[in-house]
Design a protein around this ligand. Structure first.
Ligand code: NOJ
Length: 506
């Protein structure tokens, strides 16, 4: 990592000129520019296992989230995205859903959800759910039926194929290690799973699947949710002829031969499905946020769709791949996403990647750098999606021993790949033993930094990261240039200082 003093980079924004919106989407505008609610909103991702534990069983829950709504309101959050809280065997901590229309008892009940939604609405906070569209749990009733016989009703809801010779149908590997095919003895065929074997891929080529999934979103919109973060959209479709993926030199951290995911990722058919989901979203003025791992802006543009008829907010993860505090690299990426065909979405941390605090921190000026990063992505033209704990400077704390790892991929890949426990540790509410997260031992240990970085103490300190976020979010909420203004880089050759104007009318 390049060591870079935070003072080298200065963010400037001035209020000038006028700007006209790029968004062409339907829905109720919230300002004279025709912007929609999600263009002004600040989103906040909550990993429910780790946010607040109301019943002291060591795992966070919906009532815990409800108890922190005032905190979120004061912080300046407009919408919370809750990662999957549906019934699930929890193999992938909720990303293996066994019932899309219920709440896992670990997190509460549907009544708790309704209470949370009601309490959030009172505070003008919207709820976004995480919709796992690519796969279900192997314990979902659709898959339980699907595996019973080759002719059963739900057989074609998943991807079943005969093997080739003694092996699987082709060379596709799972992103979590090993072949992406699992032989099921009951019917002697293989099923396809891009993620863990307990996460069989749905067959989106089957219209019954498509309709069932559209209906799931309707069910939740009617219950008051304002949209969805769509999980793993890149991999919704596979080549029907199952062509082998081209192999690349080298091995992955999990020990598999590297391959180009040419035939099982980003197939054009993905866009038909997204247009369908968007049609339903538009009926409810909902927003679709995409987990879109694009390799350039041309790919990102595809996810907005022609005339913005797919995802309103495909996440720009390219922003998170700028791994050092390099003005030139950020400048390039900001300019690229600013020129995209839809509204930019900025993310610096989430539950799958190393937290920004560590990614950019130099070990000496981490708190200042955390403020700097807030100053950057909360003042750009676009919608920011925060990750819980970022506002207090939570750091990534990976497990030290293999036997402590909870995320299965960390056990498969240990020690090269330690999994994602490090970025999912409990929220640090105060300096008490379990960081104020729970009275019981938390499912993941609370990092030692809870003593120095926690909500209670930072609220009292005017110079804390938390108070920096609060002030900045307040400014952002009331400042038309920050909400609606254009982005104009200045001093573009300066190698130490990243500066830009946010320009709105005069
Ligand atoms: C992306 C999610 O963010 C990640 O946590 C999960 O493991 C995979 N999709 C599979 O659902």
């Amino acid at each position: 990592m390049i060591r870079c003093k935070s003072s080298w980079i200065l963010l400037s924004f001035f209020l000038l000129w006028s700007f006209s919106s790029v968004a062409q989407t339907p829905g109720k505008p919230v300002d004279a520019e025709g912007h929609q609610w999600w263009q002004h909103a600040v989103f906040y991702e909550i990993y429910p296992r780790s946010f607040a534990d109301s019943n002291n069983d060591g795992v966070g829950d919906l009532n815990g989230i409800a108890s922190k709504l005032d905190y979120l309101k004061d912080l300046g959050v407009d919408a919370i995205w809750i990662t999957p809280c549906f019934p699930s065997p929890q193999v992938d901590f909720g990303y293996d859903v066994s019932d899309y229309e219920n709440i896992d008892p670990m997190y509460g009940t549907l009544d708790d959800f309704d209470a949370l939604a009601g309490a959030a609405k009172k505070r003008n906070i919207r709820i976004i759910l995480d919709f796992v569209v690519n796969h279900t749990s192997d314990q979902h009733k659709w898959f339980i039926d699907s595996r019973t016989s080759r002719t059963t009703e739900h057989r074609d809801w998943y991807i079943w194929r005969d093997g080739k010779g003694q092996g699987p149908p082709n060379n596709w590997t799972s992103t979590f290690g090993g072949s992406a095919w699992k032989l099921d003895p009951a019917t002697s065929q293989y099923y396809y799973h891009y993620f863990y074997p307990e996460q069989p891929d749905l067959n989106w080529r089957n219209p019954a699947v498509e309709n069932a999934m559209f209906d799931v979103t309707r069910w939740w919109y009617k219950r008051g949710v304002s949209g969805f973060r769509l999980d793993a959209v890149d991999t919704l479709f596979e080549d029907p002829n199952l062509k082998d993926n081209p192999e690349l030199p080298g091995k992955t951290a999990l020990g598999d031969p590297k391959q180009e995911r040419k035939f099982n990722s980003k197939l054009p058919e993905v866009h038909d499905a997204l247009r369908g989901l968007r049609k339903v979203a538009d009926e409810y003025n909902g927003v679709l946020i995409g987990e879109t791992w694009t390799s350039d802006i041309a790919e990102l543009n595809l996810y907005y769709g022609k005339g913005n008829n797919e995802l309103q907010l495909p996440m720009d993860f390219l922003f998170t791949t700028v791994n050092k505090l390099s003005p030139a690299d950020f400048r390039k990426q900001i300019a690229a996403v600013d020129s995209a065909s839809g509204w930019p979405t900025f993310v610096i941390s989430n539950h799958d990647i190393v937290r920004a605090y560590d990614r950019y921190g130099d070990g000496q000026n981490n708190d200042q750098i955390a403020k700097l990063m807030a100053g950057l992505y909360l003042t750009l033209r676009g919608t920011p999606i925060m990750y819980y704990g970022e506002e207090i400077g939570m750091k990534t704390t990976p497990p030290l021993r293999k036997e402590d790892v909870k995320d299965p991929v960390g056990r498969i890949g240990w020690p090269k790949e330690k999994g994602r426990d490090g970025e999912r540790t409990p929220m640090q509410w105060d300096s008490s033993d379990n960081g104020g997260f729970s009275k019981a031992a938390p499912w993941l240990p609370v990092p030692a930094t809870a003593k120095t970085h926690n909500v209670a103490d930072e609220l009292k300190d005017p110079d804390s990261i938390l108070n920096f976020y609060r002030k900045l979010l307040k400014l952002r909420r009331t400042n038309r240039a920050l909400l609606d203004g254009s982005y104009s880089p200045i001093n573009e050759n300066d190698q130490y200082v990243l500066s830009y104007l946010r320009v709105y009318k005069d």
